[in-house]
Design a protein around this ligand. Structure first.
Ligand code: PA5
Length: 425
């Protein structure tokens, strides 16, 4: 499962000093009495989730797998990153699953949108549109285009059976559209915000379509929830991680860099950046969340991390057991000088790169934390998602910030709507 090695600046005394504060905030999260408490539905969701809806999701997902070649998942931010990150982490970057999953609705890029639309022409695809508000412009434009293409290819009636929507239970433009058109709909509960929604239909429908064992993922979250709620700080990895973040923030380390050694986890870093950045970055406070994929980025950012302005600390997610491995072959000429590695697995080389880099960065004064995960499967990923969500709530409350709103996001929208000529702006 999960183990945590905190950076060398941390010690038992520091942790002890945080004990009371952590207990107070944990109680506040459980009692739902802190700021933004009407958005704490995610805390108990792994236990309280809608069992009937999940059964329907699994049935519909099987129908999609049996009847379509492609599922286009249309959403942005919290209505996109959970599914995408889990999908890539679990199925890899070159998945050979029979259902292809494509993401749209997360950009205004005319190049990207036009390319996806071209690719879909003449193909047998279904759509999963995801938007809590139902009015997010990136998603709405993409959905309008996708719906039009689908209807032009298979007709309005058949298209109705190929469109699946995840939105608010009763309100919003998308909900009205679903009611009018009769699309299958799933609910993003009112008390769960986008970036905390991966265990709801926002994550489970697309992931079930991709053949992921979503129940195992939820089980992982259940176990994490139980452990985090009851363990004292000295045994509580999640809250120790949150304490470490707070300590770094107050000791001149304003940047946290998430590091993985698996390119298929780079979207997990994107999910983490959204979770922590959007939850914590308020009132001119909060750590800046960055990310890097090693060893690739050791050949770019590595120089800065080792020798540049000492403003960051690392949180490395180390997966102990890769899903697949490959052996380095013998070469008679050995002109590349690699025969000293013949017969060794790439996992061994990746591990040594991790160990060597960890030591180099620590010797260079970069505080490095390591989260060890046994393997990348649905269960462990569920545990990890919940671990970070809970740590994020704890961290934000330590800074006296509401983790569940995002007032700053509205500023660009207002300007953009004004420039686009939207009524009322
Ligand atoms: O975490 C969040 O709340 C946001 O990132 C939203 O998920 C994102 O803005 C998309 O919103 P909506 O689901 O309303 O389209």
């Amino acid at each position: 499962m999960l183990d945590l090695r905190l950076n060398k600046l941390m010690n038992e005394e520091i942790l002890k000093g945080y004990e009371k504060e952590v207990n107070r905030i944990n109680k506040m999260i459980m009692d739902k009495s802190g700021q933004g408490n009407d958005f704490l539905g995610w805390v108990d969701w792994p236990v309280n989730y809608d069992k009937e809806e999940l059964a329907r999701i699994k049935k519909d997902a099987q129908y999609v797998r049996d009847n379509f070649d492609i599922l286009v998942v249309c959403g942005i931010g919290g209505s996109y990153l959970g599914a995408r990150s889990a999908l890539e982490a679990l199925n890899g970057l070159k998945s050979d699953d029979k259902l292809e999953i494509i993401f749209m609705g997360q950009t205004f890029s005319p190049n990207y949108v036009a390319q996806v639309m071209n690719y879909l022409k003449g193909k047998n695809f279904a759509i999963n549109v995801i938007s809590k508000s139902g009015t997010t412009t990136e998603t709405s434009i993409s959905f309008r285009l996708l719906k039009e293409l689908l209807e032009s290819q298979i007709g309005k009636e058949k298209a109705r059976k190929a469109i699946y929507a995840t939105t608010d239970r009763e309100k919003g433009a998308l909900k009205t559209l679903c009611n009018n058109e009769g699309y299958a709909t799933y609910v993003l509960p009112g008390d769960i915000g986008g970036r905390y929604s991966v265990f709801t239909a926002v994550g489970t429908f697309p992931l079930a379509c991709a053949g992921v064992d979503v129940e195992a993922m939820i089980r992982g979250a259940q176990v994490a929830r139980k452990e985090i709620e009851s363990a004292p700080l000295k045994d509580n990895k999640c809250y120790q991680y949150a304490v470490m973040r707070d300590y770094m923030y107050h000791h001149n380390k304003p940047v946290e860099m998430y590091v993985t050694y698996e390119p298929q986890m780079s979207q997990i870093s994107e999910w983490l950046k959204q979770l922590f950045g959007e939850s914590e970055g308020k009132e001119h406070k909060g750590l800046y969340p960055g990310s890097a994929t090693f060893s690739t980025d050791l050949h770019s950012l590595g120089q800065y991390i080792q020798d540049g302005t000492p403003l960051l600390f690392e949180t490395i997610i180390n997966i102990k057991e890769p899903k697949q491995d490959i052996v380095i072959p013998h070469d008679n000429d050995d002109l590349d000088g690699l025969n000293y590695l013949e017969g060794k697995n790439l996992a061994f080389v990746n591990q040594k790169a991790f160990e060597g880099t960890l030591q180099a960065h620590e010797d260079g004064g970069v505080p490095c934390n390591v989260i060890y995960v046994d393997k990348l499967d649905a269960y462990n990923l569920g545990y990890l998602f919940y671990f970070f969500m809970r740590a994020c709530a704890m961290s934000a409350y330590m800074l006296d910030i509401n983790p569940f709103n995002q007032p700053g996001v509205e500023v660009y929208k207002k300007n953009m709507f004004h420039l686009l000529g939207k009524k009322g702006y």
